[in-house]
Design a protein around this ligand. Structure first.
Ligand code: MN
Length: 230
């Protein structure tokens, strides 16, 4: 658990994302934070994060979580993030790592359902309970044999809801698409934080679906002529 890779990818003089505490002492205060950030970058995805050993363990979930226990959602491990990242909502500037709009889609706490979290992570089978504003109840993150990004890539995990009273066929990413912390849409966040509103808006309400086809190509002005100076 280290923030080396997280920091290497970012220029903190440019991006408003937190750099994270440099103190060596890992914070291990209870309760443990849980957050999902909806991130409209080059592709819309949901960054699933669990506090552990002073950092936020992170997985990118392209389609977001599903409340349906029969649905397995691909979760790709990404670099550990600083604890302070859990409340980050805003715009990452163009040209920076992950440039686009970030929304705090869900937030709360989590509790392990296993005795030894490190051992569960090592085994690739972590069962836990979420106490979020949107997601609750029992879940599992399980590592598969597959890898993404080729044979040398990181192993893929799956995020799956367990059967309990919080399971549902409803698409929570569609029905509760707004920020859990400010109730803003991605477009509203981009608008307020100086981001690309049109790009952000593409992620509003289109989760778990293919992106809408591009609109009618921009028409040329009828009077436009080439190679002529005014
Ligand atoms: Mn992301």
């Amino acid at each position: 658990m280290t923030l080396k890779e997280y920091r290497r990818k970012r220029r903190f003089s440019v991006t408003p994302e937190p750099e994270g505490e440099h103190s060596a002492a890992a914070k291990h205060a209870k309760p443990l934070l849980y957050v999902i950030q909806k991130h409209q970058a080059s592709h819309l995805h949901y960054d699933f994060r669990l506090e552990w050993e002073g950092v936020l363990l992170s997985w990118a979930v392209p389609k977001g979580p599903s409340l349906d226990p029969s649905v397995k959602r691909l979760a790709m491990p990404t670099e550990d993030h600083p604890i302070e990242y859990a409340s980050f909502e805003g715009t990452i500037p163009e040209g920076e790592y992950g440039s686009g709009t970030v929304m705090v889609w869900d937030q709360g706490e989590w509790t392990p359902e296993v005795e030894d979290v490190d051992e569960a992570l090592e085994k690739g089978d972590l069962k836990f309970t979420l106490h979020g504003k949107k997601l609750k109840g029992s879940w599992v993150l399980v590592r598969t044999g597959g890898r993404f990004g080729g044979a040398s890539g990181r192993p893929s995990w799956l995020l799956i809801k367990h059967r309990d009273s919080f399971a549902s066929p409803k698409d929570v990413t569609i029905e509760q698409s707004r920020s859990a912390s400010t109730n803003r849409s991605l477009a509203e966040i981009a608008q307020a934080e100086g981001g690309d509103v049109a790009k952000a808006a593409a992620g509003d309400g289109l989760t778990a679906k293919k992106p809408a086809p591009p609109k009618t190509p921009a028409r040329r002005r009828p009077h436009q002529t080439q190679g002529k100076k005014k």
